[in-house]
Design a binder for this molecule. Structure first.
Ligand code: URA
Length: 212
């Protein structure tokens, strides 16, 4: 597993306001959207392309186009939904599938409560959207779900990750042959005893959707 912490002053600037307790929901949604677009630029560095011959108004030339099958973007409900528009801005022709995962707040175990994905993901590059990689349980379950359907290259885009979550994820994916990359705006200090990332930004879903 590879982790890429995007080091860019605009990412750091937007993330600082996102973390701030005084940032209201509309601003939080807008900043999430902008941050995800910046992260998506890095996350798609290895998106598959094929060469394509075109003719400009001046001369024929060779360029590239996105390869088939199209990449699949998978927001994890609920909070991953707040990252979808920011991702689709860069990959407008990608397909979108949905995974609903719940974290039991006592055991911190993840379970799937909904899925809307193609049955066959053979040869698919998948971009999983999950804002907070805390214990890593949700993301590990989502990645296993996608690879069981045939996905052969997975990139997770997370606003924040905790060191414990990265370690757990790495261990959970130990037996997986499929390459997995995590792209994030920051590697935070730790998890607290409630499974929240410290310093973090609180509950991403609640802040996105204005739940007090
Ligand atoms: N989920 C969140 O929304 N925030 C955290 O800090 C951890 C998990």
């Amino acid at each position: 597993m590879r982790t890429h912490v995007v080091d860019h002053p605009l990412v750091a600037h937007k993330l600082t306001t996102l973390r701030d307790l005084d940032t209201d929901s509309p601003t939080f949604r807008r900043l999430t959207d902008e941050l995800v677009t910046l992260l998506a630029y890095e996350a798609t560095r290895e998106v598959r392309v094929v060469t394509s011959e075109i003719v400009t108004p001046v001369a024929p030339t060779t360029g590239v186009k996105l390869a088939s099958p199209k990449p699949l973007v998978v927001p994890i409900l609920r909070a991953g939904l707040g990252m979808l528009d920011g991702m689709m801005r860069l990959l407008p022709t990608a397909e979108v599938g949905f995974l609903g995962m719940l974290r039991n707040e006592e055991t911190l175990e993840a379970s799937t409560y909904a899925e809307r994905l193609p049955d066959d993901l053979s040869g698919r590059q998948c971009y999983v959207l999950d804002p907070m990689l805390a214990t890593g349980g949700t993301l590990a379950a989502a990645i296993h779900f996608l690879t069981a359907r045939g996905a052969d290259d997975i990139t997770a885009i997370c606003l924040l990750v905790a060191p414990e979550g990265l370690a757990n994820l790495e261990a959970a994916l130990d037996d997986l042959a499929v390459p997995v990359t995590v792209v994030t705006a920051a590697l935070d200090e730790r998890l607290n005893d409630k499974g929240y990332i410290v310093p973090g930004l609180g509950d991403a879903g609640d802040r996105l959707y204005g739940v007090a």
